[in-house]
Design a protein around this ligand. Structure first.
Ligand SMILES: Cc1cc2nc3c(=O)[nH]c(=O)nc-3n(C[C@H](O)[C@H](O)[C@H](O)COP(=O)(O)O)c2cc1C
Length: 335
């Protein structure tokens, strides 16, 4: 699959997840074979007004390329300026958020609100298209009603404005993340458009990824929540695409993923910050394993990388995982 001039090695994509898909998490997903990673949504206003915290969200490394940086906003001029900043920052793809249905975002006219205001959506798309030469993608929902008509209309506009691919999360704005996603909307977008389509929604296993590719004929699958405690899913999806039987991640793989995530976080956001984050995040990888609640309780106070490794070693021992050091080196800033 190609998005503009950017060729993807395989059809797996990490979803943009606010508060989660920062540089360390994206490197983690990449290390399991994910072909394309998306940043968290980044405020166009924040970028344009020089917010340091927002600018830090553009941190990237060659090792995670290609990367799509996602921006949100409602003002065409501001979105265009923000997209240019994203391009200058080294992103391979810029993505516009048309799906966020959180009140705080929608009331500014951004995110899913743009699916109700197609004239503004068109102005934003065309302004951003003119501002950058890197590929442009959009991430949309079904719209505000379940028919899909707003999605199809927005896709037609996007195609005319020169968008290079569309990612469809087929839930209505009102659904948030509840209920089921309606994959028939992805299939219909694919049928109606010539652009590459990335399908998203409720992929919880390699079997689901395969089913979405088969049922919708989308070009790639995007995984969000399932990758949070199980970034290994990308490798398992690839194995299934190559003919292996689907399987769950082993305890040993989950322990390795913890070590990999810890290392990447310490390397890229510093030990104190990384350890504060790991107090809840390492627990994601332990879900359902025997002793997980004791492990989660133990990590709530961790302060150093050595303490984290000690607790992981204790948990690994309980699970009968003997060798838990991570053989894969997560790239550092100098690589
Ligand atoms: C915690 C969280 C944060 C999210 N942040 C974003 C975001 O920043 N931008 C975006 O387009 N979608 C965001 N989403 C939506 C996901 O990208 C994805 O569309 C949705 O979770 C459905 O996919 P899944 O079933 O694989 O999780 C977020 C979802 C969750 C649960």
């Amino acid at each position: 699959m190609k998005i503009g001039a950017v060729a993807l090695e395989n059809p797996t994509v990490l979803a943009p997840l606010a508060g989660i898909t920062n540089l360390p998490f994206r490197l983690l997903a990449k290390s399991y074979g994910c072909a394309l990673v998306y940043s968290e949504m980044i405020s166009a206003n924040g970028l344009v007004h020089g917010s340091k915290k927002t600018a830090a969200m553009l941190d990237t490394l060659a090792a995670e390329k290609p990367i799509a940086m996602q921006i949100f906003g409602a003002e065409p001029g501001v979105m265009a300026a923000a997209a240019a900043i994203v391009e200058d920052g080294g992103a391979g793809i810029v993505d516009i958020n048309f799906g966020c249905s959180v009140k705080k975002v929608v009331k500014t006219g951004a995110g899913a609100a743009l699916m109700q205001d197609l004239a503004r959506a068109e102005a934003v798309l065309c302004a951003v298209r003119r501002a950058v030469s890197i590929p442009l993608t959009i991430k949309i929902r079904t719209g505000w009603d379940p028919s899909g008509d707003q999605a199809y209309a927005l896709c037609r506009i996007a195609e005319a404005c020169g968008v290079d691919a569309v990612c469809v999360h087929p839930r209505t704005a009102a659904q948030g993340f509840g209920g089921r996603s309606d994959w028939s909307i992805i299939a219909e977008v694919k049928r109606r458009m010539d652009l590459p389509v990335i399908g998203n929604g409720d992929i919880a296993s390699p079997e689901d990824a395969l089913a979405m590719l088969a049922q919708t004929e989308c070009d790639a699958v995007m995984v969000g929540r399932a990758a949070v405690g199980d970034p290994i899913i990308f490798g398992r999806i690839l194995a299934v695409l190559e003919g292996s039987s689907p399987r769950l991640p082993t305890a040993s793989e989950r322990i390795e993923a913890m070590v990999r995530y810890l290392n990447a976080s310490v390397a890229h956001i510093g030990e104190p910050h990384a350890c504060r984050m790991m107090r809840s995040r390492l627990g994601w990888f332990a879900k359902g394993l025997p002793g997980a609640s004791r492990f989660r309780e133990a990590i709530t106070r961790l302060r150093t990388k050595d303490e984290a490794l000690e607790m992981i070693a204790w948990f690994a021992g309980r699970l009968g995982v003997v060798q838990f050091s991570d053989p894969v080196k997560i790239p550092s800033a100098s690589s």
